[in-house]
Write a protein that binds this ligand. Sequence first.
Ligand code: SF4
Ligand code: SF4
Length: 77
Amino acid sequence: MSRIVISPDNCKGCELCVSACPQQILGMGKQINSKGYFYAEVVEPMRCIGCRLCCITCPDVAIEMEVHGTMYHYFAY
Ligand code: SF4
Ligand code: SF4
């Protein structure tokens, strides 16, 4: 089982992850982060298929994925 973790303060509200998700389970929240942006949230986590498209798409590396207890942080060079 995979779990998506979005870091609110790293999000700039571009909505690219929302468009990328084939399951359409990401959405923009109603809270504002420390930079003044509405940030992305996982709306229906149980329907996530673990495809990682959201992690790969995010230009600000704000999305991590936990798989069987291991956290994968993509492109954080
Ligand atoms: S891993 Fe895939 S299905 Fe899950 S939230 Fe990201 S884009 Fe959507
Ligand atoms: S792609 Fe990244 S920066 Fe853009 S809304 Fe999603 S989490 Fe935020």
